[in-house]
Design a protein around this ligand. Structure first.
Ligand SMILES: *Cc1c(COP(=O)(O)O)cnc(C)c1O
Length: 450
């Protein structure tokens, strides 16, 4: 277990004086383009708690954006990293390889959906994995067009900005973007014009018609989709939609890529979220939760696609760094040994029942959705209006932060509160976090009514 006490403690206001001092230094040293959600500076973290430089203990409902699923500084990860860093830190797998890289690829090939023959390749960041998945799909098919969806988030590099849907802050002023990328409607049940019951069927019909008319099936290398959309607002596609898209891809020789960078590694109550949709992707991109906080990413998929690329066509200096690989193996072992799939399901049952209770009380909660420990509420004006309520979202989030609960927002319209606790969080912390949220919601709505 973590040596960090697993309870909330506020010693100062949030952020405290020492954090404020550091934050002044940030402005002088760090590019203003690098933002921070909550400027408390962290000194130590473990389990579901972050300890800041003023001695405050905050409840973590963010996991550094779905990264520290096994907990921060998870004991097995710490031991594996210590051991590896003392043995060797880098050789470059493309120069003189090492076994840890192979073991991570073997684990990925085994754990990802489907029993077909697979291969993997390792990279440093999620964006880099997505870039490489597109490279592989284009090379293997000899085609160039790529289809992404409304509300998609795939990263911040040039190609992945082009795939990402939202302009501010991700793309604004950063063009021109990579070409031959097309965007199709997402089956977003809560906002589907004719209602959630028609969503999957109508969204799929629009997809088929628009790809045919605007792109032409035979020009399409790949369709890339998040099985639960992350930054876009934890949108769970209407049931059946992804399955229909994946089947259609197979029919047309198009590579179906599931971007599981946020949804993977037990987060949604299974190893991968594609499984909930009954989909076996041709390629899967992973990162975030893979290595307990160390930077690692991967593309895993059909051996015939992955092996289509000429030797030397994929790689990078640091990709599959041995320390990151050792951390990944320890994180995966932790997920297995401590049943973190079960833990994600337990978090879902606690969160869903409490959030649905809140939704019954507050009509500004338009939708509660998600799976496992990837849960969100979408906030609206209420009183029958589904108009997005970004101001209320920001106010509630700020109130949670002041009380020592780290929450994140998301959504194309900035009106989604999303919860991504570490899977090892205790029930007490989880419930205390939800109490804080509930009080913040009460305060913000009664203020608005007054
Ligand atoms: C975070 C994320 C990315 C980008 O990963 P980085 O490591 O930040 O480059 C890509 N896709 C999804 C779904 C993500 O959540």
């Amino acid at each position: 277990m973590s040596t960090v006490p697993q309870h909330r403690l506020l010693r100062t206001e949030i952020p405290g004086p020492r954090s404020r001092e550091l934050h002044a230094r940030k402005s002088a040293a760090v590019s203003a383009g690098v933002g921070t959600t909550l400027p408390v500076y962290i000194e130590r973290a473990g389990g579901g708690v972050l300890v800041d430089v003023d001695g405050n203990q905050l409840i973590d409902f963010g996991s550094g954006i779905a990264v520290t699923s096994v907990g921060n500084a998870a004991p097995r990860v710490v031991d594996a990293v210590r051991e590896q860093v003392a043995d060797f830190t880098h050789t470059c797998f493309m120069v003189t390889p090492y076994e840890e890289y192979l073991a991570v690829c073997e684990a990925l090939n085994e754990l990802t959906p489907g029993t077909h023959e697979k291969r993997s390749a390792l990279f440093n960041s999620g964006s880099e994995a997505v870039e490489n998945a597109i490279k592989i799909a284009r090379h293997a098919t000899g085609r160039s067009a790529v289809i992404a969806f409304d509300h998609a988030y795939h990263g911040r590099t040039n190609l992945t900005m082009a795939l990402t849907a939202k302009s501010m802050p991700y793309k604004h002023g950063f063009g021109p973007f990579a070409g031959d990328i097309y965007r199709m409607p997402m089956a977003y049940p809560y906002r589907w014009p004719t209602g959630p019951e028609n969503c999957a069927e109508e969204a799929f019909a629009a997809f088929v018609e628009q790809v045919h008319a605007q792109v032409g099936e035979s020009n399409v290398a790949a369709v890339i989709v998040e099985p639960i959309q992350g930054e876009g607002g934890f949108i769970v596609p209407a049931p059946g939609f992804l399955r229909a898209v994946a089947d259609w891809c197979r029919e047309h020789g198009i590579v179906f890529i599931a971007d599981e960078i946020q949804s993977g590694f037990c987060r949604t109550g299974d190893w991968f979220a594609s499984t909930h949709e009954g989909v076996v992707p041709d390629l899967i991109t992973t990162a975030k939760g893979i290595a307990g906080g160390l930077p690692l990413a991967a593309v895993t998929g059909r051996a015939d696609l992955m092996d289509a690329v000429h030797a030397g066509g994929l790689g990078g200096t640091y990709g599959g760094n041995p320390v990151a690989c050792a951390a990944a193996l320890a994180a995966i072992e932790t997920m297995r040994a401590d049943d973190l799939i079960g833990a994600a399901k337990r978090i879902e049952s606690v969160m869903m029942s409490r959030l649905k209770e809140l939704a019954a009380t507050y009509d500004v909660i338009g939708d509660v959705r998600g799976r496992g420990a990837m849960i969100a509420v979408e906030l609206v004006k209420g009183g029958g209006s589904k108009e997005p309520n970004a101001a209320l979202t920001a106010a509630i989030s700020a109130a949670c932060h002041r009380e020592g609960l780290v929450t994140l927002t998301a959504g194309t319209f900035g009106n989604v509160l999303r919860f991504l606790p570490p899977l090892v969080i205790g029930d007490d912390l989880l419930n205390e976090g939800l109490d804080i949220l509930s009080a913040a919601l009460e305060a913000a709505t009664s203020k608005a009514a007054a």
